[in-house]
Design a protein. Structure first.
Length: 52
């Protein structure tokens, strides 16, 4: 019984870890996009201030 249960548990754990990794990748993408957007906005603002 335990021999049957362990491969299933490891497979479930593997899928769970893959989902966690996908979630982290999504968060990383959001963070990178947010940071690049902030950098773009700050550069744009500094250019606008310099032109005045």
């Amino acid at each position: 019984m335990t021999d049957k249960a362990t491969p299933e548990n490891s497979a479930v754990e593997h899928v769970y870890l893959k989902d966690r990794m996908r979630g982290y990748r999504g968060w990383l993408k959001i963070v990178v996009y947010t940071l690049s957007g902030i950098v773009m906005l700050s550069m744009f603002a500094s250019n606008m201030l310099q032109s005045f």
